[in-house]
Design a protein around this ligand. Structure first.
Ligand code: ADP
Length: 731
């Protein structure tokens, strides 16, 4: 036996082929070939399904149910019959529904409760037939009457018997099998209700009709009950005849039954084998479909993975592009910033170069002017004749120098590289020096300067004495300018904020013209001056207080002003200083202080000094000053000349210009130092100190004098270096 596939029928939906299939199934059932019948029923179901033809789907299930009824598989039979009913309901086909109900009822087992169930189903069938008015009630009516008989409910039999009778009369072609069944039922009914005559009539009728029929199954039980009935009703002779017929039929039936049971057994086993093979095929198909499903799942997962990877790649691509774009933008911005910075630096450098050049180019000739004016002043004859002109020359050139120095200071203070130095200095000496440096005869009137330093303040502190002097000089200078015939006090007071740390308050008070309240803030701005009440004689750049303010900011301090017009002004500020230790003072020996305390102009007498300068006028001025102090002077016009002279002669000191054509001052010093490490070499330069301090030390120079210099400062520097070995310090 082989499982038959469906593919060959798949596209064949013609009703004749489907009808043919039904015929094949019925033929197989009749031949007890249930395996073939099941297989063909399933083919029919599949074909109907493919063709979407529910009518044949119904027949397929119904036939399958019938097959299982024959195989005695009640459960399966009911299941398929139910499926058939479902299909019929779905397509709302009453005729099919009636067939389905009948099949369901037939499939039910032979017990009382199932019989009641069967009654309901037959009733439904009957209702459908009645509703459709077909007039064909025979089968369900017979079934119901028979069930009521089995249940002993004889009264209920009657109406169904009548119904069957009516249906039979409507259709004379009804098979004799049904006619006989009805007659037997009628006989049984009348027997049960005690109408023996009628019962005998119907039984006899049935008996006659069975004689020529080949229906052993059907009539056996009838012969048995008819024989009993005849015997009961004193018709022994006939009863005997019927009993003999029963015996004959019984033997015949037994043989047939035996044969049929063998056939049925074979058919059943074939059907079982068929089912087994079909199940195996199904399982195989299921496994295959499971594999397919798994493959499909794997495929889906693979696609998901590919999808995710693609999304990731796209995201990665976009983010990389965005990042690259950001990087590019950033680089561009960076480049722009670098360019802007470079431009700024270049501008700053240009500015600083400009001021440096300005410093050198303007200060050098001015140095000559002020120097020569000083020399002319010393010449008595000349002074007698041109006193006024010389005075005017000195005044103008000094003023010009002030302006240049102020401008340079402002520019330097704006430079972020500006740094304060931290060296020990004697505060009291510094203050008295500053005050004594003011030549009161340069101002009209008889203003008196007073210095008031609190006793508790230390002598030596650490700080930038040069910048502190600049602040004091500016404020005191202003006080002198704007005070006519009055008093100026410089008060220094302080408090200890930590051990060895002082907050020193400087207050410069004058009795001058005062400053109007609205101008008090403005005066600290660059180039700002108050015109009201300003004496005509005063000169100024309007930069002094701006410089003071900036310097104090660098020292973490701030300037305050209190002023009343006509009464005077007080400028004050506080700075924190550390007290200098003895070690600090020794480590940072202050040449000016040393020179001041230990030297006199006399120590310079007869010293032999070499002046190295390419500028003839500068050499002349320096030479005049030195020869006036009885110094033996030798001149060198360039670095090469200086090297030869320093090699051939022994000098007590060399004054070296820095900016010279050929070898400059630093280079010349380095060469001299190779053969003479001792001789003090002092730089004479118009260049700002901050720019050259390091180079001065590096080249082997011992000190410097910034041009233009005061004679006193110049001499003190020379003296301090001439006599250095004998220098000691006392605090
Ligand atoms: P200047 O070079 O003009 O003195 P400053 O910045 O030092 O520049 O001062 C700015 C202005 O402040 C001065 O021009 C003056 O009008 C006013 N001033 C400064 N100090 C005093 C003072 N002690 N008494 C009166 N006015 C003063």
């Amino acid at each position: 036996m082989h499982y038959v596939g469906y593919s060959q029928h798949e596209n064949n939906c013609s009703p004749s082929i489907l009808e043919q299939k039904i015929v094949e199934v019925n033929t197989a059932i009749d031949a007890l070939h249930f395996d073939i019948a099941i297989s063909k029923s399933e083919e029919l179901i599949h074909m109907a399904d493919v063709c979407n033809c529910n009518k044949y789907l119904f027949y397929g299930y119904n036939l399958l149910g019938e097959n299982h009824i024959r195989l005695g598989d009640t459960l399966k039979a009911i299941q398929y019959a139910e499926k058939a009913v479902e299909v019929a309901k779905k397509i709302k086909n009453d005729t099919l529904l009636a067939i389905g109900y009948t099949s369901m009822a037939t499939a039910l087992p032979d017990n009382r409760s199932s019989k009641r169930e069967a009654l309901k189903l037959y009733k439904k069938t009957l209702d459908i037939y009645q509703k459709n008015n077909t007039g064909k009630f025979l089968k369900p009516a017979l079934k119901m009457a028979s069930i009521y008989k089995d249940l002993g409910l004889y009264a209920k039999m009657k109406s169904y018997i009548d119904l069957a009778q009516k249906s039979l009369e409507n259709d004379p072609s009804t098979a004799s099998e049904y006619r006989i069944t009805l007659e037997i039922l009628q006989g049984e009914y009348y027997d049960a209700v005690g109408n023996q005559g009628k019962a005998a009539e119907y039984y006899n009728m049935a008996y006659r009709h069975t004689e020529n029929q080949d229906m052993p199954h059907f009539i056996l039980s009838f012969y048995e009950s008819y024989a009993n009935f005849l015997n009961k009703n004193d018709n022994a002779e006939k009863a005997y005849e019927v009993q003999r017929k029963y015996d004959d039929n019984f033997k015949q039936i037994e043989q047939i039954a035996q044969k049929e049971s063998v056939q049925l057994a074979i058919a059943k086993s074939d059907a079982e084998e068929f089912k087994r093979q079909r199940n195996a095929a199904n399982i195989k198909a299921n496994v295959a479909s499971a594999n397919l499903q798994q493959k499909k799942t794997e495929e889906i997962l693979l696609w998901i993975l590919i999808g995710l990877s693609a999304i990731f790649l796209i995201y990665f691509y976009i983010s990389t592009r965005t990042r690259i774009k950001y990087m590019r933008d950033l680089k561009k911005k960076n480049k722009e910033l670098t360019c802007a910075k470079a431009k700024l630096e270049e501008t700053a450098l240009t500015k600083s170069r400009f001021f440096s050049t300005l410093s050198h180019e303007m200060r050098t000739p001015l140095y000559s002017v002020t120097g020569i004016a000083g020399l002319l002043e010393k010449d008595n004859d000349f002074t007698m004749k041109y006193a006024e002109e010389i005075n005017s020359l000195k005044f103008s050139s000094n003023h010009l120098l002030d302006i240049i120095s102020d401008l340079l200071d402002v520019s330097k203070l704006d430079d972020e590289n500006f740094k304060l130095i931290n060296r020990p200095f004697n505060l009291k000496i510094l203050m008295s020096e500053i005050l004594s440096s003011f030549d009161k005869y340069a101002y009209r009137g008889k203003t008196k300067l007073h210095l008031d330093i609190h006793n508790e303040l230390p002598n030596y502190i650490l700080g930038d004495s040069r910048r502190l002097s600049q602040i004091i000089i500016n404020i005191v200078g202003n006080a002198l300018k704007f005070t006519n015939d009055g008093d100026i006090w410089v008060h220094l007071d302080g408090e200890v904020i930590k051990p060895k740390q002082y907050r020193i308050t400087f207050a410069i008070q004058d009795t001058g013209i005062g400053i109007p309240p609205e101008a008090q803030k403005r005066i600290f701005e660059e180039f700002s001056q108050v015109e009201e009440g300003k004496p005509k004689s005063t000169k100024g750049t309007g930069l002094g207080l701006a410089i003071v303010k900036k310097l104090l900011e660098k020292m973490d301090s701030a300037i305050q002003v209190e002023s009343v017009v006509g009464e005077g002004s007080t400028f004050s500020f506080s700075i924190d200083f550390n007290e200098a230790t003895l070690q600090d003072v020794i480590n940072h020996e202050d040449p000016k202080q040393v020179a001041k305390s230990l030297a006199s102009e006399k120590s310079i007498r007869n010293a032999s000094i070499l002046i190295v300068d390419d500028n003839k006028i500068n050499r002349l001025v320096t030479k005049k000053i030195l020869t006036g102090l009885e110094v033996i002077v030798t001149e060198a016009a360039n670095g090469e000349d200086a090297i030869i002279k320093a090699h051939n002669e022994s000098y007590d000191l060399i004054l070296m210009d820095i900016n010279m054509p050929g070898l400059n001052g630093f280079e010349t010093t380095k060469i001299i130092r190779k053969s003479n490490p001792i001789v003090p070499i002092i730089a004479l330069t118009a260049t700002s100190l901050g720019e050259i301090t390091e180079t001065i030390e590096e080249s082997g120079m011992n000190g410097f004098v910034i041009k233009p210099y005061s004679m006193k400062e110049f001499v003190q520097t020379i003296v301090s270096h001439l006599d250095k070995t004998n220098t000691t310090l006392s605090i």
